[in-house]
Every structure is written in C-alpha cells, then in structure tokens.
Design a binder for this molecule. Structure first.
Ligand code: URA
Length: 208
C-alpha cells in the first residue's frame, strides 16, 4: 500500500498524526465519505469505511463492499458477513472485537473485481486504518484482498498457510478464503479453520 493518487479533493491524510484519537479517525471517515478519487464515487450509494474495535488485536480485510454493504454502509453485513461472524466466533471473537475493513471503500458496479486505479486511489485510507489499529495480525479474506494488500499475484491456494507481513511494523498477515467462496464450497471450511488457527497462534505470539 502507500500508493498516492491525484484528483482527490480530500485532505491529505498523511498530515494526520498516527495514533491520534477520535478526531483523526473522524476526519478520515469524513474524507472517505466525500472522496471523489475514482469513478466509483458516481455509482456508490454510500462509502463503507470500516467497523469495529480501533484497538483490536485482529484486523480483517476484505475486497470491497457488495450490495448489502453499499446499502447499509458497513462491511460484511450480507450472507458472507454472517459466515465471517461465525468464523470469528469460532476463533473466540465477537465481530465488535475485531476491526473490519475492505481494500475498496466503494462498491464496484455488479460486484466486479476492483480495478488497479481504484485500489491505488483507496490505498491511503486503508493504510491509515491499519497503521492506527496496529493489530497483532491481519486476516486477509479472499485472493483479491490478499493480492492487493500484499502487492503480489500469487494464487490464494499458494498464499494460504504462509506468514506474510505488512508495513514498517511487519504486522503478520494470514490469508484465508473469502466467506462468499466458503458459502459456495463448504468443504473448504476446514482449511479456513486451519488459517484462523494460524492467525490465532501469530497473535498470541505477539502478545507473549
Ligand atoms: N465482501 C467483501 O470482501 N467485503 C464486504 O464488505 C462484503 C463482501
């Protein structure tokens, strides 16, 4: 992450001190809500900023809002979100205990894949969110989220099971299947459980 973009009328979030409290978060949320940096601003109902505990040990990063999220303004609120909640619960977390965000803050029309320029335009927002939450582990859900977060093009089957890191603090990143994929392929849930166990062990490692 860390890509800059032009054409955005928003405040340069790089000017906001990391670790700043509610004001910085509130400012960032406003910046996102009025962002016109890419063409998704024309088709969104509203932006989907992110939700959860800003001091969370776990941060979950998905791809982009879908129709339900675009309507409600919150990530992972549809069927995939319900499965994500169940996965988190199995790992010992309530949804409110983790911080959840997406690579893109706006829904791509018809849920198409994010485009390179859209990811670049949105990257600075997610970068701030990760830096400010500074979680012990990031769970990247789905190939598109993982590839964009890690800036690699490895297929998800080969990313799973590895320990990646993000950013200057080397935050551990674990990659797992997207819950929407698990809804279509429930037999893969066992692999996702193994991924959650890896994430748990890495976050526990960081606590010790
Ligand atoms: N899929 C995602 O990747 N993110 C959401 O917020 C919802 C569905």
């Amino acid at each position: 992450m860390g890509a800059s973009h032009s054409g955005c009328r928003c405040v340069d979030v790089g000017d906001i001190e990391p670790g700043a409290g509610g004001d910085a978060w509130a400012q960032l949320e406003v910046d996102v809500s009025i962002c016109q940096a890419c063409s998704l601003a024309k088709t969104r109902t509203q932006t989907v900023f992110g939700t959860g505990d800003r001091h969370a040990r776990w941060m979950v990063i998905g791809e982009a809002p879908g129709a339900d999220e675009d309507r409600q303004g919150e990530p992972f609120v549809g069927r995939a979100g319900q499965l994500l909640n169940a996965m988190l619960q199995a790992a010992g977390f309530q949804r409110e205990d983790v911080y959840i965000a997406n690579i893109l803050k706006c829904r791509p029309p018809n849920n198409r894949d994010p485009q390179v320029d859209e990811v670049a335009a949105c990257a600075q927002y997610l970068q701030r969110q990760i830096e400010w939450v500074n979680p012990q582990v990031i769970l990247a859900v789905g190939q598109i989220a993982a590839q964009n977060l890690l800036q690699i093009d490895t297929p998800i089957g080969r990313m799973r099971g590895n320990r990646y890191t993000w950013g200057p603090n080397n935050i551990p990143v674990v990659v797992t299947y997207h819950p929407a994929y698990l809804l279509r392929s429930p037999t893969e849930k066992a692999k996702s459980w193994a991924d959650l166990c890896l994430a748990l062990s890495l976050s526990n490692e960081n606590v010790a």
